[in-house]
Design a binder for this molecule. Structure first.
Ligand code: DON
Length: 551
C-alpha cells in the first residue's frame, strides 16, 4: 500500500507542469524574442534558438554566430538530458606553437585580436541542430526575431558603451567592425541605433538553408576570404568538418540536491561537482561567515588546480572524470583542508595558469511543458577578435585564447601542466562556461553566468544560495568572491566581505584582492514545484530581462 501511494505520488509529481513559461537573458529584446517564439507554438528549444540568435544581434559583445557555446537541455516528456556542444574548434592549420615567437615567447595579442585568434564557429551549427532535433518550429520562425532585430537595429545602452570602451583601440583597427559597431569610429552614444543588414542576410541564409547557409556557399566563401585577408588560417575543409556534438552532462549531488552541469570541453561541471563533494563534508550552515568563506575558498582552490592539470577537449585527452567527480577523491582533497589556516597554492602540485575572459552571455528558459534550457554562449572577450568578415556581419570570436598558448613550460616550482589544453588542429579549447540545473524533489533551478574563470565559482555561490532556500533574486545579486588556485588570492567584490571578515581571512593566511568592478551577469529561473510558483531573475549588474508569461 505504501509502495502504491509512493508510486502514484511520483507519477503525479512528474505530470505536473509549470504554471507559466520563464525566460531570463542578458537583453530585453532577446527575452522578448523567446516569448514570441513560445507564443507561436514553439517549445523551450525553439525559444533557445530565438534567444541565442537574438543575443548574437543585440548583445554583440558577448556572443554571436561567429562564436560558440553550450546548451544544456532537459526534455520533459522522457526526462532526457543532453549538452549540445557548439564550442569552436581550432582550425586544421592551427598548431601548438602558433602564438609563440622564435624564442618560444608568447606574442602578445596574437590569440586575442584579429582573424588568427578565431576558432571555427559552432553556434550556427548548434542552432540548426537544436531546432531540427528538439524544436518544433521551422528556423524561419525561430530566427525571425533575430533577423528583424538585425534589420531594424537596436539602441545602444550604457553597458554596450562600456564594453566598446574596453576594446575601442582594437575595434578601430578593423574597418568592417568599426563601421558596424562604432559611430564615427568612436563608441556610439546611448540611444544610437546599430543596424546589421549583412548579419540579417547571413541569419536569413541559415533560416532558409540550415547549416549550409553558413558553412558553405556564399557566406562561407566570404568568411574564408575575410579571414585570410585578416591574417587567419580558416579553410573550407574547416567549415565542412565542423560538427556539433552531444555530450552526457556531468552529474553530482550535494545534500540531496541533484546537480547537472556542463561536460568537457567545459571544465564547469567537473569543477562544480568536485567543490560540492568537498563541501558535503562540512556543515557550512553551522560556521561563522569568515570560516565558511575560508572553507569554500579552499574547495575552489583545489578544484581549480585540478582544472588546470587535467582538463581539455575530451576527444583529444583522457580526462579522469570518474575520479575527479568521485566522493572518495573529494575526501582526500577535504582532508588536506585546515580550518585554522589557508593552504598556500604553492603547497599543492603546481600547473601553469589559465586566463580569464571578460564577456560572454547566459540565458535560462523553462516552458509550460517543463522543457528547459540553460545556455552559456561566447565569443570570448568583449567583441571577440574585433574582426568582422567583410560582407557577412559575422564578428569573429577569439576563443583560441582559451587554449594554453604555451603548455609544458615549467612553472616557478618546476612543475609542468596544462598540456591537456595545448593547441592542436581541430581541438576545442577548454572552457569555464557552466550552464547548470539544480533539482530537489520540490524545487528546480536553471542558472549560469558569463565571467571567464569566475563562472564556476559564481555558479557554486548561486547554488549554495539555492541550497539555503534563498530566492532567485538573491542568487543573482549576491556579492561574490572567488579563488582560482593561481593567482593565490581571494578576489572579491567590495560588498562580499566585511572589514572584520577581511581581517579574519588575512589572519588565516589568505591574500585578499578586491576587484575594482562588479562581475558576472547571472540569469536564473526557480520553479517551486509544490505550489507551482516560478521566479525568474536577472543579475542587477547587467541590464538583462527576466520574466514569466502565460501562453
Ligand atoms: O569559454 C570560456 O570559459 C570563456 N571563453 C568565457 C569568457 C567569459 O565568460 C568572459 N565573461 N565575462
Amino acid at each position: 500500500m505504501v509502495l502504491l501511494f509512493a508510486f502514484i505520488g511520483s507519477a503525479q509529481a512528474q505530470l505536473k507542469t509549470p504554471s507559466v513559461s520563464a525566460i531570463a537573458s542578458a537583453h530585453p529584446i532577446a527575452t522578448a524574442a523567446g516569448h514570441e517564439v513560445l507564443a507561436a507554438g514553439g517549445n523551450a528549444f525553439d525559444a533557445a534558438v530565438a534567444v541565442s540568435a537574438t543575443l548574437a544581434v543585440v548583445e554583440p559583445a558577448g556572443s554571436g554566430i561567429g562564436g560558440g557555446g553550450f546548451w544544456l537541455l532537459h526534455r520533459a516528456e522522457d526526462n532526457f538530458q543532453t549538452m549540445v556542444d557548439g564550442r569552436e574548434r581550432a582550425p586544421l592549420a592551427a598548431h601548438r606553437d602558433m602564438y609563440l615567437d622564435d624564442d618560444g615567447a608568447v606574442i602578445k595579442g596574437l590569440s586575442m585580436n584579429g582573424a588568427l585568434a578565431a576558432g571555427i564557429p559552432g553556434e550556427p551549427a548548434a542552432l540548426v541542430h537544436i531546432a531540427e532535433k528538439y524544436g518544433r518550429l521551422p528556423l524561419s520562425t525561430s530566427l525571425a526575431p533575430a533577423i528583424r532585430a538585425a534589420r531594424d537595429g537596436f539602441a545602444v545602452d550604457e553597458r554596450y558603451r562600456k564594453l566598446v570602451g574596453f576594446r575601442l583601440k582594437q575595434m578601430q583597427k578593423d574597418s568592417e567592425t568599426a563601421t558596424i559597431f562604432l559611430h564615427n569610429n568612436q563608441a556610439p552614444a546611448v540611444g544610437h541605433i546599430i543596424k546589421q543588414p549583412d548579419l540579417a542576410n547571413t541569419l536569413a541564409a541559415i533560416a532558409s538553408n540550415g547549416r549550409a547557409g553558413f558553412y558553405s556557399g556564399d557566406v562561407a566563401e566570404k568568411l574564408i576570404k575575410g579571414v585570410h585577408q585578416g591574417g587567419g588560417i580558416w579553410s573550407q575543409q574547416d567549415l565542412d568538418e565542423y560538427q556539433v556534438l552531444e555530450r552526457q552532462p556531468i552529474r553530482g549531488n550535494y545534500n540531496g540536491i541533484r546537480i547537472t552541469s556542463a561536460a568537457p570541453p567545459s571544465s564547469g561541471g567537473i569543477a562544480l561537482v568536485t567543490m560540492f563533494n568537498i563541501l558535503s563534508g562540512f556543515e557550512l550552515d553551522k560556521m561563522d561567515e569568515a570560516t565558511r568563506i575560508h572553507t569554500i575558498v579552499e574547495a575552489m582552490r583545489r578544484a581549480y588546480r585540478d582544472r588546470a592539470e587535467y582538463l581539455g577537449d575530451p576527444d583529444f585527452v583522457d580526462i579522469p572524470t570518474d575520479k575527479l567527480t568521485h566522493p572518495f577523491y573529494a575526501d582526500g582533497l577535504r582532508n588536506s583542508i585546515r580550518l585554522d589556516h589557508a593552504t598556500a597554492s604553492s603547497n599543492l602540485p603546481g600547473v601553469v595558469q589559465n586566463s580569464a575572459g571578460q564577456d560572454t552571455t547566459h540565458f535560462s528558459v523553462l516552458d509550460q511543458e517543463g522543457n528547459r534550457v540553460a545556455a552559456t554562449l561566447s565569443i570570448n572577450y568583449p567583441f571577440g577578435a574585433t574582426f568582422t568578415a567583410a560582407g557577412t556581419g559575422v564578428l569573429l570570436n577569439n576563443e583560441m585564447d582559451d587554449f594554453s598558448a604555451k603548455p609544458g613550460a615549467p612553472n616557478a616550482y618546476g612543475l609542468v601542466g596544462a598540456e591537456a589544453n595545448a593547441i592542436a588542429p581541430g581541438k576545442r579549447p577548454l572552457s569555464s562556461m557552466s550552464p547548470t540545473f539544480l533539482e530537489t524533489d520540490d524545487r528546480l533551478a536553471i542558472l549560469g553566468t558569463p565571467g571567464g574563470s569566475r563562472i564556476i565559482t559564481m555558479v557554486l555561490l548561486g547554488a549554495l544560495e539555492f541550497a539555503a532556500n534563498k530566492t532567485a533574486a538573491d542568487w543573482v545579486s549576491r556579492p561574490r568572491f572567488h579563488h582560482q588556485f593561481l593567482p593565490d588570492a581571494i578576489q572579491f567584490e567590495a560588498a562580499a566581505l566585511t572589514t572584520a571578515q577581511r581581517a579574519e581571512l588575512e589572519s588565516l593566511g589568505h591574500q585578499l584582492k578586491a576587484t575594482n568592478r562588479q562581475y558576472g551577469n547571472m540569469q536564473a529561473i526557480l520553479w517551486h514545484k509544490a505550489n507551482n510558483q516560478i521566479e525568474a531573475a536577472s543579475d542587477p549588474r547587467g541590464n538583462g530581462k527576466a520574466d514569466t508569461y502565460k501562453h
